[in-house]
Ligand binder design. Sequence first.
Ligand code: TYD
Length: 135
Amino acid sequence: MIPEKPYIIEFSQIGNPEIGYLSVAEPSGFVPFEIRRVYWSYYTPHHITRGRHAHHKLEQVLVAVSGIVTVTVEQVRGVSKDFVLNQPNLGLYLPPKTWHVMEFSHNGVLMSLASMEYDESDYIRDYEQFFEMTE
Ligand code: TYD
């Protein structure tokens, strides 16, 4: 079953303050799909917004591995909601058909764990088209 709504995943933090921490995404863990692709975005100036699209089928978990990334999400016939990724052990699950816009702090690095390989035909880049979609 594909989760219906975006939600925050709190990954385990392994370590302690003296040596630091690591978090892990593995098949038996918190990510509700098989990871087929990992990509990361960085050096995005604060005044630029990224994303501004939804996907037909892709599921993703976004992790701000450095800095702070604010993700504004909207589902078909839904209201928009902000999620602030401000700790490297937090992930944001995005189901398909979720419009998302990201804003980065100056040191923000956003990693995405994705359920499919890159496919431009899976993108919905036109907000009007997204708005007209049925669930
Ligand atoms: P896009 O997903 O639109 O980035 P963002 O939502 O962060 O603004 O992708 C930006 C460009 O990178 C676009 O031309 C497609 C390309 N791209 C790939 O070639 N492979 C990938 O896995 C991804 C995510 C993007």
